[in-house]
Structure formats: structure tokens, C-alpha cells
Design a binder for this molecule. Structure first.
Ligand SMILES: NC(=O)c1ccc[n+]([C@@H]2O[C@H](COP(=O)([O-])OP(=O)(O)OC[C@H]3O[C@@H](n4cnc5c(N)ncnc54)[C@H](OP(=O)(O)O)[C@@H]3O)[C@@H](O)[C@H]2O)c1
Length: 261
């Protein structure tokens, strides 16, 4: 359960993990949630749907995470619309899938803004705007931070810098009374997963069902996550129940990672 009057911004939230996270905040009693993505129409439709969940208000602010002014404006607008900001859950759009040789310089340029610079931009604004003490930011990244995924070269290379950002921010912002933590989803049932299943099916010349079995075969729990299962962890980390958790990285991957450290 969230503190009374709790206000949160969730980015990239018209669909998928961001939307599930916004929904979970409302189910847990958030007073106000701001959602955001590029497509105004899709975003407004999601806002209408979410406004029927829980008793909190839902605000929709279109913004492209790859454009600095829009990211900064988004945080300011969310802060203004909700009369303050207790937390930000930073989710991004998925980067283009592909091995290194399938990608080109333009992909790296776009994905750097999408996955790295947007995190830096939003963090500066978060430090200015989050409630002190007690505010928090949760970065949603990917297990490719911890274990290289050769089919997701952009995610693997660029997202690893979020681990460094988390270290730096949790130390500096911690001294200001703010917390920063990170969630690493493994595989979750969203449009992104469908795209990865299609890609695997085409690359291996197998049916979508077989491709999905291949993608989930290394998951001890035997299935992909429901988006709500990832969202619950993000909401916990953002909430006061995790008030002494700072700088933590939590994988929500059904136990699939094999790394020891
Ligand atoms: N699903 C998984 O299995 C999985 C696993 C590990 C990590 N992840 C990561 O988690 C994140 C969310 O994935 P998902 O599965 O929820 O994807 P999704 O279902 O495809 O949803 C993507 C969301 O991001 C928004 N978006 C895309 N580009 C954007 C941009 N430039 N600026 C602002 N919003 C943007 C989309 O809305 P608009 O099109 O309207 O902008 C949509 O709301 C991604 O970064 C993905 O790589 C996903």
C-alpha cells in the first residue's frame, strides 16, 4: 500500500511494462499517476482505460524520450499536474533488436539517446523535482545488463552504462534523501516479446510456438513473466516499504540468469 497522496510518473507507459506499472500503482492506491509515450492517441486511450483502476487520477503527457527538451518538459509537467512527485519509474521503448553486424551507426545514435541519455536527462530533472526526503527513481532496464544477449547488441552494450549511473546516482542522491534502484526484466509478455518471437521464428525457420519455446527454455519457472509481475517489483522499490533499499538491482527473470557475481 502506498502512502496517502502518492504521485508517480511512469515513462514509456502506453503499453507493455510501463502501462502495467502505472496500473499497479493505481491498484496500490496512488493518488495520481502520469503516463507518457510518443503516440498521443494510444496514450490517451490507455489513460482512459487506467482511469477506471483504483481511485487515483491519471494524466497523459506525450513525450519522446530521445528528445532532451521533451524529457525535461515531461518531468516538469508531471510535477505541475500532480502538485509534486514522489517517484519516477523510468521505462524506455525497446531498442531495435539485432546482432552487431545487423545494426548501423544510426541505430547506435538513436539507441544512445533512447537508453542512455534519456536516463541522464530524466535523472537531473528527478533530482530537482522529487520530494525530499523520500523520493525515488526506479530504472527499468533488462537482464542484458548482466548477461550479454548477442541478439540484442544495442541493449547489451548501451544499457550496461545504467549500472554505472545507478551507482553514481544512488550515492549522490542518497545524500539528498532520494533513492535510486533498478529492475531487470527477463522476458515478459508484451508487444516487445511478440516481436522477439517473430524475429526468432523467421531467423530459425521455425513456427512462432517453437520460437517461443526456445526463448523460454532457459527460464527455470518455465514461462515468460506477466507484465504485472515485473510491475509489482518496480512499485515495491518505489514505495516507502523499500525506504532503506538504495542502489539495488533486482532481476525479475524467473531465475534465468546464470551469473555468479
Ligand atoms: N518485454 C520484455 O520481455 C522485456 C524484457 C527486458 C527488457 N525489456 C525492456 O523494457 C522496456 C519496455 O518494454 P515493453 O516490453 O513494455 O515494450 P512495448 O510493449 O513494445 O512498449 C513500449 C512502450 O514504449 C513506448 N515508446 C517507444 N519508443 C518511445 C520513445 N522514443 N519515447 C517514449 N516512449 C516510447 C511505446 O509507446 P509509443 O510507441 O506511443 O511511444 C510503448 O508505450 C523496453 O526498453 C524493453 O527493451 C522488455
Amino acid at each position: 500500500m502506498l502512502a496517502p497522496g502518492y504521485r508517480v510518473l511512469v515513462t514509456a507507459s502506453s503499453r507493455g511494462l510501463g502501462k502495467a506499472t502505472a496500473r499497479r500503482f493505481l491498484e496500490e492506491g496512488a493518488a495520481a499517476v502520469t503516463i507518457s509515450s510518443r503516440d498521443r492517441e494510444g496514450l490517451n486511450a490507455t489513460a482512459r482505460e487506467l482511469s477506471r483502476v483504483g481511485g487515483g487520477s491519471v494524466h497523459a503527457v506525450p513525450a519522446d524520450l530521445t528528445v532532451r527538451e521533451q524529457v525535461e518538459g515531461l518531468v516538469d509537467r508531471a510535477h505541475g499536474l500532480m502538485g509534486g512527485l514522489d517517484s519516477i519509474v523510468y521505462v524506455t521503448g525497446p531498442p531495435r533488436a539485432g546482432r552487431f553486424a545487423e545494426l548501423g551507426p544510426d541505430d547506435w545514435d538513436y539507441a544512445s539517446r533512447l537508453l542512455v541519455l534519456s536516463a541522464v536527462w530524466i535523472t537531473y530533472r528527478a533530482i530537482d523535482r522529487l520530494r525530499r526526503p523520500g523520493g525515488s527513481i526506479v530504472y527499468m532496464a533488462s537482464t542484458s545488463i548482466a548477461e550479454a544477449n548477442l541478439d540484442l547488441a544495442l541493449s547489451t552494450v548501451l544499457r550496461s552504462s545504467l549500472s554505472g549511473l545507478l551507482r553514481v546516482v544512488s550515492h549522490e542522491a542518497g545524500a539528498l534523501g532520494l533513492r535510486a534502484n533498478m529492475v531487470l526484466p527477463g522476458l515478459a509478455r508484451t508487444d516487445r516479446m511478440e516481436a522477439l518471437v517473430r524475429r526468432t521464428s523467421e531467423a530459425r525457420g521455425v513456427s512462432p510456438g517453437e520460437a517461443e519455446r526456445a526463448l523460454t527454455s532457459g527460464i527455470p519457472l518455465g514461462r515468460a513473466a506477466d507484465p504485472s509481475e515485473v510491475a509489482s517489483v518496480a512499485v515495491f522499490l518505489a514505495s516507502d516499504a523499500a525506504r532503506y533499499v538504495n542502489g539495488a538491482t533486482v532481476a525479475v527473470d524467473g531465475g534465468s540468469m546464470l551469473r555468479i557475481l
